[in-house]
Write a protein that binds this ligand. Structure first.
Ligand code: UT7
Length: 331
């Protein structure tokens, strides 16, 4: 019997309406459009402004977009994973709420958190459930309301992040399409360089933690940049070598959107032309768990059955890795 492969069979997305431009950021912190554009590639990002709404608001809409486009009955979904660093609540899974709200009443659901690599790791998890033969439809959503954990007086972080959500459906494939190989890594010595200090079990919320701004993301950008450049490039290159793929065999590089310079360095290492590198960082900034599915949603119409996609991501923790996936449909 041939091996069951796990393919992406549909995609969806949601972006909040509000556009936070570099110009507006100039009114909040000491920065300028030229610096942000040249150092990061970002021109604008979306911000969820709806009061009392969290990550599930966007996850639900991305999932509904997918369901509507693909005509899938939510009752057929076996499992919902929400990859996120910004769950609605510290306890009570965002995925469970999302699954119920979209009518996936026969599914079980949970969140997956690996910072900016959450969606990449989620692809591995979703595909493994399909490959096991136990489940037929696994919905993987990457969603983050980064604006809920960003200090808009800190120019080192507020210029980078944005809000958004993307969703993909994994299903069994009989033609060998879908996930071909993965190489996932992590290294806890990176914890110090990109983190939220308080609000967890080490340092619960207190008047002091609030006063000290310890509930916001803190990043040592330069250090993270160095690790991201070398590790993303290393794993992408490894994926090619291990699968005997030449740069001509790559249809698309699908890199996490943290910084245009990191994306370009990764593309250079695997010798892939800019025309084959998915990029939307200029429009959305770094949406953490949503960058990879938002790329797929934005480029869906250019993708063809059999295309070789190399995903690469790097995030806090540190977490990073690469996945090789064959695209399974023409849209
Ligand atoms: O997705 C998860 C992983 N995260 C990442 O991959 C992010 C990795 N890091 C980065 O993308 C970059 O490090 C940043 C975009 C965060 C910063 O870029 P950089 O080129 O590393 O800048 P820097 O922190 O080394 O700062 C260079 C200069 C400094 O001034 P001096 O000391 O040279 O006078 C900063 O004070 O730029 C200054 N600066 C700014 N200037 C205008 C820092 N932030 C800003 C700003 N606007 N927003």
């Amino acid at each position: 019997m041939s091996k069951i492969t796990a393919a992406i069979s549909a995609v969806g997305k949601y972006l909040p309406d509000y556009i936070l431009t570099n110009k507006e950021l100039e009114t909040l912190v000491e920065t300028n459009d030229d610096w942000i554009t040249s150092r990061t590639g970002i021109k604008e990002r979306r911000i969820l402004k709806e009061p009392n709404q969290g990550t599930s608001f966007m996850a639900i809409r991305a999932a509904k977009d997918l369901l509507q486009k693909s005509n899938v009955d939510p009752k057929e979904i076996d499992m919902v994973i929400v990859a996120t660093a910004t769950p609605d609540l510290p306890v009570a899974s965002t995925a469970v709420f999302t699954a119920t709200e979209i009518g996936a009443t026969n599914a079980f659901a949970y969140d997956l958190h690996a910072a900016c690599s959450s969606f990449l790791y989620g692809m591995s998890t979703a595909a493994s459930y399909i490959e096991s033969g136990r489940y037929k439809k696994v919905l993987l959503i990457g969603a983050d309301k980064m604006s809920s954990i960003i200090d808009y007086t800190d120019r080192a972080t507020c210029i980078i992040f944005g809000d958004g959500a993307g969703a993909v459906l994994f299903e069994p494939n009989s033609e060998g399409m879908g996930l071909q190989d993965e190489y996932l890594r992590s290294d806890g010595s990176g914890r110090e360089f990109l983190k939220i200090e308080a609000g967890g079990s080490i340092l619960p919320v207190s008047e002091d933690t609030l006063k000290n701004g310890q509930h916001f993301v803190h990043q040592e950008g330069k250090t993270v940049f160095k690790f991201a450049v070398s590790n993303m490039a290393d794993v992408a290159e490894k994926m090619l070598i291990r699968n005997q793929l030449s740069n001509d065999d790559i249809s698309w590089l699908v890199p996490h959107q943290a910084n245009k310079r990191i994306i370009e360095a990764t593309a250079k290492r695997v010798n892939v032309d800019a025309s084959k590198v998915m990029m939307n960082i200029h429009k959305y900034g770094n949406t953490t768990s949503a960058t990879l599915p938002l790329l797929l949603a934005d480029y869906e119409h250019q993708l063809k059955k059999g295309d070789n996609l190399i995903f690469a991501a790097f995030g806090g923790g540190f977490t990073w890795g690469s996945i090789y996936l064959k695209w399974s449909y023409n849209s």
